[in-house]
Design a protein around this ligand. Structure first.
Ligand code: ATP
Length: 436
């Protein structure tokens, strides 16, 4: 993990937030390479969950919502974690995650196993509060949303009436969520501000179990489709005593992070809880009328809820590799071409004979289609290494032959094979290899 965090900082994937002021705990800023990586993760999700499907539409809701939303959803009363304080070192821990935490004074021990005595657990609400309007009184308290799902539920009728969807159908959203986590950590894994990729799939009661099974498989396969190794993924079904009160079933897609198996995404059968609660609290009828069967009912909801930052971290961890190239050790990120932050790097072999000029002309063409980097500094071997380290799948070299016959060499990051191809075929060839 340390290697990955160092690489991330050195190559511009992620930096500590407000670093020049000493940093803000658990908040991270994505750098020029990281922002491309995360965008690709979100775009892959949107493409597969919305663009390629006739039965799912997208939405983008505001972060601030009516306070009653969070009463109806159960977050005001129940979105809590149990908190304990150590009377000796004054640190705070999640009472249900003590085995994952270290005593700050004796890191070989868990909190409570050292000399420090822990207080009784008390419930701590994870929602961030803020004030709307200029007067800080209780009437104007609003919350930063702790999940994107509720924006989807409260818009159920709006989407139903404007999109002409019929059950079964889904509404998807990508956006920021905020949780005042007691123990954030592990780099991008658990932060207080993060991005979610959630989809609520509305189905007829009775068909919920079939759709739950469908989404379990679909979501697991999504990660392997973009290159995560199957042996680093598993599904973990929740035990009945772990389930949220509204859930009929829930399964986590877990990834084998360097710090252990941990949740990437949760897939839950939320029953008809959410729509019924919002109907009750808002006084609006949120039931669904089936034109064919002439029945009115509250749909059940299957929810695959993923974290964009956690997925980004998993793609980064899974891509990390060290091997030997041309007799030298290299660090290489073996990203799937769709996920890779930079798709193609262009190098003039020499900094003379018109090669840089020709290479820059090529860069201008490629930039219309892909994220491109141009590099003319240092030996060609070192330039390849720099690109391998950020996972660029393709390298294009302009050499003396290019100026004679308009061909370039195309190098593959993983096989390190080079082949010569005409410039006029380059864009199509790269597209063919990237859009798999
Ligand atoms: P955890 O048990 O790790 O706290 P959760 O079960 O509370 O997560 P959900 O409410 O199911 O998480 O949220 C769906 C997804 O949102 C998670 O699978 C995760 O990918 C992401 N997520 C949740 N909390 C955080 C966080 N603090 N930082 C980063 N991502 C998060």
């Amino acid at each position: 993990m340390e290697k990955i965090v160092n690489l991330a900082k050195r190559r511009g994937f992620a930096f500590q937030s407000s670093e020049i002021y000493g940093g803000l705990a658990s908040c991270w800023d994505y750098g020029p390479i990281g922002v491309e990586l995360k965008r690709n993760v979100k775009e892959a999700w949107w493409r597969d969950m919305v663009m390629r499907r006739a039965d799912i539409v997208g939405i983008d809701c505001s972060i601030l919502m009516h306070p009653r939303v969070w009463e109806a959803s159960g977050h005001v009363a129940g979105f809590t974690d149990p908190l304990v304080d150590c009377k000796l070192c004054k640190e705070r821990f999640r009472a249900d995650k003590l085995m994952d935490a270290q005593c700050p004074r004796k890191p070989s021990k868990h909190p409570g196993e050292c000399e420090g005595e822990l207080t009784e657990a008390r419930q701590f609400n994870l929602m961030f509060k803020t004030f709307m309007g200029p007067v800080e009184d209780t009437a104007s308290v609003v919350f930063l949303r702790p999940e994107t799902a509720q924006g989807i539920f409260v818009n159920f009728l709006n989407v139903l009436h404007t999109s002409r969807q019929k059950i079964p159908f889904g509404i998807a959203q990508i956006g920021k969520s905020f949780r005042n986590e007691i123990t954030p950590g592990n780099f991008l894994f658990r932060t207080r501000e993060f991005e979610q990729m959630e989809m609520e799939f509305f189905v007829r009661p009775g068909e919920d179990e079939r759709w739950y099974d469908y989404w379990r498989e679909e979501r697991l396969n999504w990660y392997t489709r973009y290159g995560i190794r199957r042996e680093n993924l598993r599904l973990r079904e929740h035990a009945p005593d772990e389930l949220a009160h509204y859930a009929k079933a829930c399964v986590d897609v877990e990834y084998h992070f360097p710090f252990g198996w941990s949740e990437l995404e949760g897939i839950a059968n939320r029953t008809d809880f959410d729509l019924r609660r919002h109907a009750e609290y808002s006084g609006k009828d949120l039931s669904y009328y089936d034109e064919e069967t002439k029945e009115r009912f509250y749909p059940y909801v299957i929810e695959p809820a993923a974290g964009a930052d956690r997925a980004t971290l998993a793609f980064l961890v899974d891509a990390y590799d060290e091997d030997v190239a041309d007799g030298e050790p290299r660090v290489v990120l073996r990203f799937h071409p769709r996920i890779a932050p930079v798709k193609v790097a262009v190098f003039p072999l020499l900094r003379k004979h018109g090669q840089p000029e020709r290479a820059l002309e090529l860069v201008a063409i490629l930039r219309q289609h892909f994220t491109v980097q141009y590099d003319q500094a240092g030996s060609i071997g070192r330039r390849y290494r720099r690109q391998d380290e950020i996972g660029t799948p393709f390298g294009v070299t302009v050499d003396h032959q290019t100026l004679q016959d308009d061909t370039v060499t195309l190098r593959d990051r993983d096989t390190m094979q080079q082949e010569r191809i005409p410039i006029e075929r380059l864009v199509d060839e790269l597209k063919r290899r990237i859009e798999v």
